[in-house]
Design a protein around this ligand. Sequence first.
Ligand SMILES: [Zn+2]
Length: 58
Amino acid sequence: MDHCPMCRGKEFWVSVYGKVICEKCHPPADESIVARRIHSERPEQLAHPDQHAHRHVA
Ligand SMILES: [Zn+2]
């Protein structure tokens, strides 16, 4: 998903349930249900540099 089909926004957040939701159309009711945010200006891998450590392919 590169932009929201409703508002064409490019800012999303991912809920703790794994759903990607538009920040403009459906802002999170509570920060505690936000697993991470997806902003096209800021690549998400910078926010989670440790994520790649879990990918050990033998
Ligand atoms: Zn939207």
